[in-house]
Design a binder for this molecule. Structure first.
Ligand SMILES: [Zn+2]
Ligand SMILES: [Zn+2]
Length: 294
């Protein structure tokens, strides 16, 4: 990457980091983003502990890769604990305590989604001394080359396999898995209901038409790795994300999981453009962003 480009990425990353110290509030009938200080009372929320997508943004930690923390009526679930998840929990303001986790969900086994699974299991189970929590993951994440070590495999109360369209319960939170995505590992997206607001996380995949059926929700969180199409790689690019958002017509769409080309194109500018083009509120997630679901 040319020096000037590098500088540009670094500057836009810094700016996004600064923006990270604000919170977005959202409710079913009040969907315009409203910012308020992070020390405000948080109850039912989704927090981005990372917004890095694919290899290089993760390796260089231009964005963090800690996954997404969901807190709902006292139930806490961590989705896709990539590298540094444990650090992002500890550094979170206010701190997120992994020993309060009720579950961990892996959408798939790739490193940017699963690297910290063992340490997060150890933290959830207080060093393995308290058998608790459920880990949900696709079957290929635990098959021949399991992502969970022998050391940690017996710590959780239960390991549950994700299956197409199956519904799951963890504490107060109910969620369902999507159809299998078109990705180089067995991959599922997720759908939740929180306070009458439906929320979905569209994880890594190649584009296909059926995506728009399952992900019809009030809030759509969508992994957009590339700025331009890469037909040979199973990730969404911005124009495909635009098409999905347009068809689903959510109350709010949140772009995340950015690769290098998306970072260079300044995700928050792209989100503003999409908002203008589609007439739908689209925001770019930043590390530390909280969406409060009231
Ligand atoms: Zn990924
Ligand atoms: Zn992946």
């Amino acid at each position: 990457m040319a020096k000037r480009e590098k500088r540009r990425v670094a500057h836009s990353v810094e700016r996004d980091e600064r923006r990270a110290h604000s919170v977005e509030r959202i409710g079913t009938d009040k969907l315009s983003a409203k910012r308020y200080p992070l020390n405000a009372k948080e109850s039912d929320f989704i927090k981005f502990l990372g917004t890095a997508g694919a290899r290089f943004v993760m390796i260089k930690q231009l964005r963090a890769s800690g996954g997404i923390w969901v807190s709902y009526r006292g139930t806490n679930v961590l989705i896709d604990p990539g590298p540094g998840s444990i650090v992002r929990c500890a550094k979170s303001l206010p701190r997120l305590d992994p020993s309060k986790l009720d579950g961990i969900i892996l959408t798939h086994r790739h490193l940017d989604h699963s690297n910290d699974i063992n340490i997060m299991i150890e933290a959830m189970t207080e060093g393995g001394f308290k058998k608790r929590g459920v880990v949900f993951l696709p079957s290929d994440a635990i098959a021949e080359h399991p992502v969970i070590s022998n050391h940690a495999i017996n710590f959780p109360q239960k390991i549950e396999l994700l299956e197409e369209y199956k519904r799951y319960n963890i504490g107060e939170l109910e969620f369902s898995a999507s159809m299998k995505h078109l990705h180089s590992a067995e991959t599922y997206g997720l759908k939740f209901n929180m306070n009458k607001t439906s929320v979905s996380l569209l994880s890594d995949t190649r584009y296909f038409d059926a995506l728009t059926e399952f992900y019809k929700t009030d809030i759509l969180i969508i992994c957009v790795t590339f700025y331009e199409p890469h037909p040979d790689i199973d990730h969404l690019c911005l124009s495909e994300a635009r098409e999905i958002i347009r068809k689903i017509n959510p109350k709010k769409a949140i772009l995340t999981h950015f690769g290098m080309s998306m970072l260079k194109s300044k995700p928050h500018i792209q989100a503003q453009e999409l908002t203008k083009q589609l007439g739908i509120e689209v925001v770019a997630a930043h590390d530390g962003m909280v969406v409060d679901i009231t």
